[in-house]
Design a binder for this molecule. Structure first.
Ligand SMILES: Cc1cc2nc3c(=O)[nH]c(=O)nc-3n(C[C@H](O)[C@H](O)[C@H](O)COP(=O)(O)O)c2cc1C
Length: 171
């Protein structure tokens, strides 16, 4: 079981990045949590780029990160009551190519208080519905001593849903 992580924050000292690193550390046996900073290298989405023939290497890498996974875990901050532009840009790059279509996805935000980050998650959820992603876990996680337990729950739900999706696909 391979879970691709996506950090919606590009800054180095990111609470969301730290949360994703904890997810990798607490993942159960048999669940591989794989990070990739492909999002940061993407050009701004413009259909002309691919219409002109070539897919940029950064775009191919981003799509591969998603497609080679059974499920995706996104942790992202709320910026301006919405999702970060970099993450929206990344999703725009896969609307046509389909790497997130029907994908099993968990979305979270590393926050200091449970009331924070929820509008960002709502906006992210709307965007993921546009690609028909299957959102199986959506909540903020307070970045404190309880975060590991929340991540264990999240990963269990994500792995269970991905296994169900895999079994359905094999029918
Ligand atoms: C430009 C900017 C806009 C922000 N807008 C919001 C917001 O609308 N709502 C919110 O709860 N937090 C907002 N924040 C706070 C960030 O969500 C918070 O700092 C978050 O921890 C950043 O994520 P990171 O630590 O993973 O980089 C904003 C921060 C910045 C820098």
């Amino acid at each position: 079981m391979r879970i691709a992580t996506v950090c919606g924050s590009l800054q180095t000292r990111s609470r969301n990045r730290a949360l994703l690193e904890r997810a990798a550390a607490v993942a159960p046996a048999g669940v591989e949590v794989v990070a990739d900073d492909a999002l940061a290298a993407l050009p701004l989405f413009n259909p002309d780029i691919e219409d002109e023939g070539a897919t940029p290497a950064a775009v191919a890498r981003w799509r591969r990160h998603l497609s080679e996974s059974d499920a995706v875990l996104i942790a992202c901050p709320e910026y301006g009551h919405s999702l970060p532009g970099a993450l929206k840009n990344g999703i725009d790059w896969v609307i046509g190519s389909g790497e997130l279509n029907r994908k099993v996805v968990a979305i979270t935000a590393a926050v200091l208080h449970p009331s924070r980050g929820l509008r960002g998650l709502a906006a992210l959820s709307d965007t993921l519905h546009a690609v028909d992603a299957q959102i199986v876990w959506r909540d903020s996680i307070v970045a404190d001593a309880g975060a590991d337990a929340a991540l264990v729950d999240l990963l269990a739900r994500l792995a269970e849903a991905a296994a169900e999706a895999r079994a359905r696909a094999a029918e």
